[in-house]
Design a binder for this molecule. Structure first.
Ligand code: GAR
Length: 193
């Protein structure tokens, strides 16, 4: 990925919809010297997202856009991102599908984390489907975002073993713990660090 604005770190926006535990891990990562990114904006489509609290705690700008009118929300969003010189976007539990037009404006600069070993189990309810299919392994994937859902180029994956008595919630917890390590590693890889 190539930098353009001349800031010392890549000005990054994180998009969330819920708890924001990946956001928290990315904020912590952004503060270490080796990190190529600084987190400048938190975007949420959900005004009740718990993760929005990290904006206050870490003094990061935030905005909620409800996406009811996706076109309007994305137009505003593009303007805000431009005004704040945002160069990269990390989706972290963001449950809206961005339009082709939006993705093209940030081509190759949007990353996502997904709780499965892509290309298996794209979309929602991954843990439920994985368990129903009696898979022996699952995991998480960081990938570039393209206009097809959960289908962009894979950057890094982490595999976890599924235990005999695994439940959706134990699997989700186990994978989430790995996500927190995988996302920073994937960002380092994107910048060849
Ligand atoms: C994470 O498990 C993330 O992989 C998943 O939502 C969770 C968000 O947790 N994302 C998706 O399912 C995207 N399709 P967090 O809000 O605690 O980071």
């Amino acid at each position: 990925m190539v930098l353009s604005t001349g800031y010392s770190k890549i000005r990054t926006a994180v998009f969330i919809s819920g708890t924001g535990s990946n956001l928290k891990s990315l904020i912590k990562f952004s503060k270490i010297k080796k990190s190529p990114i600084s987190i400048e904006f938190i975007i949420s489509n959900n005004s009740k997202a718990k993760g929005l609290n990290y904006a206050k705690i870490y003094k990061i700008k935030k905005i909620v856009l409800n996406f009811k009118n996706q076109n309007l929300s994305e137009t505003r969003l593009l303007y805000i991102l431009k005004m704040n010189n945002i160069e990269m976007i990390c989706l972290a539990g963001f449950m809206k599908i961005l339009s082709k037009n939006f993705i093209n404006k940030f081509k190759g600069k949007i990353l996502n984390i997904h709780p499965s070993l892509l290309p298996k189990y794209k979309g929602l309810n991954t843990h439920e489907r994985v368990l129903n299919n009696r898979e022996k392994f699952s995991g998480c994937t960081v990938h570039f975002v393209n206009s097809r859902l959960d289908s962009g180029k894979i950057i890094l994956q982490k595999k976890v073993r599924i235990l005999k008595n695994e439940t959706e919630s134990s699997l989700a917890k186990k994978i989430l713990a790995q996500e927190h390590k995988l996302y920073p590693k994937a960002i380092l890889k994107v910048f060849n660090l």
